[in-house]
Design a protein around this ligand. Structure first.
Ligand code: IPE
Ligand code: IPE
Ligand code: MG
Length: 247
């Protein structure tokens, strides 16, 4: 399905085919801070501001689904200090986000295993989901303690449970059913995945869902990422020829 960008000031965006679902691997906070002689946590704070700016921008231009990678299942192995400051940042951020995204009618969902976060944070995540679920704007998936392999393992276990209890039969298992057991159940697969910071890897993000996503790698570090960079990524995406295995 092709959606065309809402009229914005930028000519090139007006002519681009708008992806229905964008994924962003918000990477490069640490390097941004290092370049400035600042502690890594300063990079994470700067990255959080960019997250807010780019989320609102996606909603403004008419993106229907945005998935941002905020914390992976592997990020727990970082120094305790860094993990602690990230958790603190998530908490303060979620409190603000509750009010902030309301103006834009954004539906907030968390994808990933919430149970490893402390109770306050889990409560905030659930509050954000509950209070936004009846809105009609863009769906924002925040991937926190998310790992795609973990997501697939969880789906397989749940499918096994449902087969064992008789809710499902083995014959029902197909690609659609597996999609329905993932955190992103009911949502379209990402059309475009953007990775700032110049790394050419997936880092355990939406492995199943990105089978036919278009990747755009950009050299900017996430805290430096501008609305014009998002426009640029959409423009690149829009010039790609998606063949899905056909000719
Ligand atoms: C992304 O930035 C944020 C998280 C993974 C939490 P990084 O912290 O990975 O920044 P770099 O890659 O070290 O520059
Ligand atoms: C991916 O970035 C995870 C997030 C942006 C949250 P990482 O910095 O953890 O990925 P690697 O280690 O470079 O693959
Ligand atoms: Mg990184």
């Amino acid at each position: 399905m092709a959606f065309f960008a809402k009229k914005k000031n930028r000519e090139e965006l007006t002519e681009s085919v708008l992806p229905l679902h964008i994924g962003i691997i918000m990477d490069g906070n640490g390097r941004w801070a290092k370049k400035r002689g600042l502690p890594r946590k300063a990079g994470h704070s700067a990255g959080a501001k960019t997250f807010r700016k780019i989320t609102r921008y996606c909603s403004d231009i008419g993106i229907k689904y945005l998935t941002v990678y905020a914390f992976s299942t592997e990020n727990w192995k970082r120094p305790e200090d860094e993990v602690k400051s990230l958790m603190k940042l998530f908490k303060s951020y979620l409190e603000e986000a509750l009010a902030d995204f309301k103006d834009d009618s954004i539906v907030v969902k968390f994808i990933g295993d919430k149970s490893q976060f402390d109770e306050d944070l889990q409560k905030l995540m659930i509050e954000n989901e509950e209070s936004s679920k009846n809105r009609d704007g863009m769906v924002l998936n925040i991937a926190m303690n998310y790992g795609s392999r973990d997501e697939i393992v969880r789906a397989v276990k749940n499918i096994c449970d449902d087969v064992q209890s008789g809710k499902l039969s083995q014959d029902n298992i197909n690609e659609q059913l597996i999609s329905d057991y993932l955190y992103t159940a009911g949502q379209p697969d990402p059309d475009l995945i953007i990775r700032p910071s110049g790394e050419y890897r997936i880092s355990n993000f939406l492995l199943w869902q990105s089978a036919y996503s278009e990747y755009v790698i950009m050299n900017k570090l996430w805290p430096d990422f501008e609305k014009s960079d998002l426009d640029e990524a959409i423009k690149i995406y829009s010039n790609r020829n998606r063949r899905y295995g056909g000719v």
